[in-house]
Design a protein around this ligand. Sequence first.
Ligand code: PLP
Length: 259
Amino acid sequence: MTAPPRVLTVAGSDSGGGAGIQADLKTMLALGTHGMSVITAVTAQNSLGVRGAWPLPVEAVRAQYRSVVDDIGVQAVKTGMLASAELVEAVADLVGGTEAPVVVDPVGVSKHGDSLLAASALDSVRTRLLPLATVATPNLDEVAQLTGVRVESEEQLREAAAAVLAYGPQWALIKGGHLSGDAVDLLTDGTEEHWLRAPRLDNRHTHGTGCTLASAIAAELAKGRPVPEAVTAAKEYVTGAIAAGFALGGGIGPVDHGW
Ligand code: PLP
């Protein structure tokens, strides 16, 4: 059997299995790729929120990354929760050396309002990580945190994209899901514009949505698809996963990967 495309996630662990590394690996499997992981932080987490988060030593992150890349190789990389400035810098150093496409999900705060990135790391995300991204996938809270642009209408997604592109990613995918109405995202490289629209789904069990979308993009890029095609396929995947999201525990349940 020939090996499937290899995709690497550099992200945090969610003990509840809904987001982070766990969502990433499920997505990669569902999309026919071989998922691999560099764990940056361990979170104690369930459907009610994050009880604690422990970044791993930089050395452990470096060793995981080098082990995977030196032997197995990667056809796409996704970054998620990076926790601290020190880890953002270390991951930027590592990822800066890859020829593979890189999807940067600049994870800031969870749906429950728990911080997953130190405020002191924002500058490193802007100046070290975003310039390495083939696609950066901020939601509107992350856009506000990183650029100061506050989006309240669909038209303002353009302004948000321009502000993110100013930091150097090839493409910005601005996720407008927090606006009312349809779930509208804008993908642009500053020249082309792709508006991705999906009906708003009446399901509160959406834990892991952002991780799933970014991983799906990475999986499709690893198959060699161009960015607009990869993002369109990934949006379809995450829309199905949200539609199938299910109740678990007493809070917000996860999106589903087995639909
Ligand atoms: N936990 C980890 C480790 C994450 O990486 C993320 C998001 O990226 C979350 C939790 C938050 O997930 P959500 O905001 O979908 O609940």
